[in-house]
Design a protein around this ligand. Structure first.
Ligand code: SF4
Length: 508
């Protein structure tokens, strides 16, 4: 703990153990302190008997424990490109990057959405992976590693635990789905966190909407909501330490008590308590005057609304059943209740998209702008990336040239009506798609990308070196009969449902 940190739980001092574990975040300290999953995992293990755990970030200069004493080294792996920082962190501590080259070094593992969905492109570098909600299985993994100094024995035992994938002992792995009864919150606050001194708390996990491209939904089904009393207790705990609260959840507005929670916070503000509250992006159909009133009273000026596609036709195809009327209504409520602006988020290159859909989006934007003078409207776009375990996992991306043209068209047309549009890099999205649908043959490739500096050129030249047809991963439409690299990970509702859903939506 550094002296700018406030710990919200009672730490066990002087643990009489020589079992040392590092829990690493592949990014700088300030980001790590705003990463709820990472900090919660640290807390759970910190409270566990018989293990000394230390947090490590990419900018950590001095460590409490020497790497020679570390027996277990875990990484949080949330974004496709995290592998670049993970490799540099391993090298910083002189640890061979490939597991086959490690003997006396600690066991290295990873957990998080990227590797839960498809660990195959990374399997040469980690001794094991935690697939799904790792809160409970982490402790079992720690105990196995602590009680078995022989690596092979430990790995064999780990492979027998539900939710753990050990590449040396391959088998079908069932994704872990935790029943959420307690609320997960930021256990350590920091002035140096990216979201300074912000108490982040999880209201719900998963999203029942099942948009057909959305990994966050399919990887975390079913939607689980934290009980109301537990949420109130957690809010009160957070407010003892800070006045900044962030409510987290892919679909928090689907929580049956979302309005009640907003009201609870609003009443506190009304009675003179200073509270800054923010929420992760809202669904259009969840914008109510009560919600917006609370957000504005709690200091939020703008919000983000994900509409994904510009036409109702395409929104239906991706299973985002949202009418224009609902969108206009949401803007009206947002404006009337004090928000200064809205940023709309969409995607280009979704399966079956044509220029008619893009024109519909421009028309929609024009109408919003015209009807809402003095209200800040902007757009952000990314391009479609096929994700494992979703109904669109078989759909290839559109080629980069035609996506660039679409991006140019949108920017130009929106600019004409005075709306700014940010568009994510089409080139980086392409490489994300390669990794997302990658297989074991990409392991050497990604290490080469790292060695060549990790920029766009490095991806291109590494693919050339290994003669990899990267279009096969990113652009090709796969047949339903094809065996997919991530098929061995069992996630409910399963492949048969995904095929049916793909047929149902794309034939609309
Ligand atoms: S509403 Fe958002 S989180 Fe839910 S499935 Fe759709 S894109 Fe994913």
């Amino acid at each position: 703990m550094n002296n700018k940190e406030i710990c919200l739980y009672e730490r066990k001092q002087n643990k009489n153990s020589d079992f040392v574990m590092w829990m690493a975040f592949p990014g700088i300290y300030s980001f790590s302190m705003s990463s709820l999953g990472y900090l919660w995992m640290y807390k759970t293990i910190d409270l566990h008997d018989g293990v000394n755990i230390e947090r490590i970030c990419s900018d950590t200069c001095k460590t409490r424990f020497n790497i020679k004493d570390v027996k277990l080294f875990g990484f949080s792996f949330s974004f496709d490109l995290d592998f670049l920082t993970i490799f540099s962190m391993l090298e910083k501590y002189h640890i061979p990057v490939k597991s086959q080259d490690r003997t006396n070094e600690p066991l290295i593992f990873a957990g998080g959405p990227v590797v839960s969905a498809n660990p195959e492109p990374y399997k040469d570098f980690f001794d094991f992976f935690i697939i799904g909600d790792g809160e409970d299985v982490n402790l079992a993994a720690v105990d196995i590693c602590k009680n078995n100094s022989d690596k092979n024995t430990a790995l064999k035992l780990l492979s027998e635990v539900e939710g753990i994938y050990v590449p040396a002992f391959p088998k079908k792995v069932k994704k872990l789905t935790k029943k959420l009864e307690e609320c997960i919150y930021t256990p350590i606050l920091s002035e140096d966190a990216f979201f300074k001194n912000t108490f982040i708390m999880e209201m719900s996990r998963g999203c029942a909407n099942r948009c057909a491209f959305c990994l966050a939904s399919y990887l975390n089904l079913p939607l689980r909501c934290i009980p109301y009393e537990e949420l109130i207790k957690t809010i009160d705990l957070g407010l003892q330490y800070t006045d900044k609260i962030a409510l987290l959840g892919a679909q928090i507005s689907a929580h049956p008590h979302f309005n009640d929670i907003c009201k609870y916070i609003y009443d506190k503000i009304e009675s003179g308590e200073k509270i800054e509250m923010s929420v992760s992006s809202l669904r259009v159909d969840a914008i109510t005057s009560d919600v917006v009133r609370t957000l504005t009273a709690a200091g939020q000026k703008n919000s983000t609304l994900a509409i994904e596609a510009g036409s109702e036709r395409l929104r239906k195809i991706i299973n985002k059943n949202l009418s224009e009327e609902q969108i206009f209504n949401a803007v009206k409520i947002a404006k009337e209740n004090g928000l200064k602006g809205l940023k709309f988020y969409g995607m280009i290159g979704l399966p079956s998209e044509t220029y008619d859909d893009l024109e519909a989006l421009v028309k929609l934007a024009k109408k919003i702008k015209k009807e809402n003078k003095n209200f800040d409207v902007s757009f952000g776009f990314s391009s479609f990336v096929p994700k494992p375990h979703t109904p669109f996992q078989w759909c290839g991306r559109e080629d980069s040239k035609s996506l660039e043209e679409k991006a140019h068209f949108l920017k130009k047309e929106l600019h004409k009506i005075g709306i700014s549009a940010n568009i994510s890099s089409i080139k980086w999205d392409y490489w994300q798609a390669v990794l997302s649908r990658g297989d074991e043959y990409l392991n050497d490739f990604i290490y080469e990308v790292y060695k060549r500096g990790g920029k766009l050129g490095a991806f291109k030249s590494a693919a050339k070196k290994f003669n990899i047809n990267t279009d096969y991963y990113a652009l090709e439409h796969y047949s339903f009969e094809k065996k997919l690299p991530w098929d061995f990970i069992e996630i409910t509702p399963g492949k048969e449902f995904l095929i049916k859903e793909n047929h149902r939506l794309l034939l609309l």
